[in-house]
Design a protein around this ligand. Structure first.
Ligand code: GLN
Length: 489
């Protein structure tokens, strides 16, 4: 197969071809690195990668395939090159989290989800760029410089897992892991025309995922197709004794996904997630698509979602404040020079080590946790979060799944997102509800929408939300959309 043909394969197809010896892992890894050589200087999707090591591993995989009489015993992702976000630890490799604070930090162990990928035979080829500690929506908040949109370098790829999305989009990896606290897998997937799955909270271990907001952080796949997303999810999910909040959840049956139909399904659209209370544009087309295939689609009220962004930013910033307290210049990470006193060392280290967005969250977190505001901010937000969970339970007693846009926008121009942090936060309206409720949600490409500046059409993502452990349902629906063919848009 030519390099172009190899790069067109899905991760799943590649794994099959490798075991059938129709494509070598070496050729697949080489093809990916050729793309990295071509695009990386413009896109900057990676913070680190290791070509020689990856090629060596690929060679070993090919030798094993050649000398194994029964290849069905080989692990599922054998020889497939994948990338992981830089807040997921891989022993012996840097894990900077896009921060100066961890710019020289070498991971002392491997995150459980990455370990699972490795034991599934994947070749992890590099670590991808991200907004510092996962805080942001554009991958512009990386200490090491922004990642640019692979289809248009004047735009952002989304964030915070923008590096993972960009790498998969330009063929710099066959699939990638991102992390999603308030939308960081789904939103960049949507901007880059990819599939991004935020799994049920706890279904993927957080051990080795550098904490941002522990009650919402979850790792998951960013892939070119729904089948790869399900397949990768199956390979990273599972209860882990090292993460007390993890639990085993059912794996996704890939064959059931293929035969899934939306006929007879009840689909809800929360009114509060629509920009002016009405369905329009691509969402209207998606609703029509489902209706034309026998589903019942209706808009319903979920009033508590009006508060979702406020609840999310109060709780995630409070948790971030606590989680980031460990970066003090004493135990690990960056240490500022010229500070003889301990309190000065803390101040200088944190002033120099953290970027602007992270500091904004720390300030917000300390504010909502302060004695004066604890009850009327943090406590209230916790109570309101319970109401969000309850509202979703009620919704799923009526609907099989919910749909809404993944983002109110397609990929914006560089520099526009940071002009007004508040409107950036508000743009997370459609992704944060699933995070608060711990439910799974997937973003699947659904045609294109005109950019806000009116200059071009860019990929638009449809978000599908399901009840806890409802991955089978939402991925089935996403596959149905994907299978719908070009005529749907
Ligand atoms: N944009 C959201 C934030 O900045 C989402 C981040 C995330 O999911 N890691 O908090």
């Amino acid at each position: 197969m030519t390099r172009e043909e190899i790069l067109k394969l899905s991760a799943y197809e590649l794994s099959q071809k490798i075991r059938e010896q129709k494509v070598s892992s070496f050729d697949a890894v080489s093809a990916v690195f050729k793309n990295i050589d071509e695009h990386e200087s413009n896109v900057h999707a990676y913070l680190s990668f290791w070509k020689e090591e990856a090629l060596q591993k690929a060679k070993e995989c090919d030798e094993i395939v050649a000398s194994t009489p029964d290849v069905s015993g080989l692990p599922p992702l054998f020889g497939v090159p994948v990338a992981v976000k830089d807040n997921l630890l891989l022993s012996g490799k840097k894990a900077t989290c896009g921060s100066r604070m961890l710019s020289d930090y070498i991971a002392p162990f491997t995150a459980t989800c990455v370990e699972k990928l490795l034991s599934a035979g994947a070749i992890v080829i590099g670590k991808t760029n991200m907004d510092e500690f996962g805080m942001g929506s554009s991958t512009e908040h990386s200490y090491f410089g922004a990642t640019l949109h692979p289809m248009d370098p004047t735009r952002v790829p989304g964030g915070s897992s923008g590096g993972s999305a960009a790498a998969v989009s330009y063929g710099g990896a066959f699939a990638a892991l991102g992390t999603d606290t308030g939308g960081s897998i789904r939103q960049p997937a949507s901007f880059c025309g990819l599939v991004g799955l935020r799994p049920t909270y706890g279904s993927v271990s957080r051990h080795g995922l550098v904490a941002f907001s522990s009650s919402m952080d979850v790792a998951g796949p960013i892939t070119r197709g729904t089948r790869d997303a399900a397949w990768l999810f199956n390979n990273v999910t599972g209860a882990d004794p090292k993460d007390q909040t993890s639990a085993g959840v059912p794996k996704v049956e890939l064959s059931e996904m293929e035969s899934y139909s939306v006929s007879g399904k009840r689909i809800g659209i929360p009114k509060e997630l629509l920009s002016d209370g009405n369905i329009s544009g691509q969402l209207q087309k998606a609703a029509d698509f489902f209706t034309s295939h026998g589903a019942l689609v209706e808009v319903f009220d979920m009033p508590v979602l009006e508060y979702a962004v406020a609840i999310y930013y109060i709780l995630s910033s409070a948790e971030a404040t606590a989680n980031l307290a460990r970066y003090d210049g004493v135990r690990f990470g960056y240490r500022a020079g010229g500070a003889p006193e301990i309190s000065e060392l803390y101040t200088k280290t944190r002033t120099e080590g953290f970027g602007r967005e992270v500091k904004r969250r720390i300030l917000l977190g300390n504010y909502v946790l302060s004695t004066e505001h604890f009850n009327d901010c943090y406590r209230q937000a916790e109570r309101a979060r319970k109401l969000v969970c309850r509202a979703f339970s009620e919704a799923f007693s009526k609907y099989d799944f919910l749909i809404c846009p993944t983002s109110s926008d397609v990929a914006p121009l560089l520099g526009t997102i940071d002009q007004d942090p508040l409107s950036t936060y508000i743009a997370d309206l459609c992704t944060v509800p699933a995070s608060l409720a711990g439910i799974p949600a997937v973003s699947v490409p659904f045609g294109k929408q005109m950019s806000r500046d009116g200059s071009c059409e860019l990929p638009w993502g449809l978000q599908i939300l399901g009840p806890r452990c409802g991955e089978q349902e939402i991925l089935g629906a996403a596959r149905f959309v994907e299978r719908g063919g070009e005529d749907r848009v």
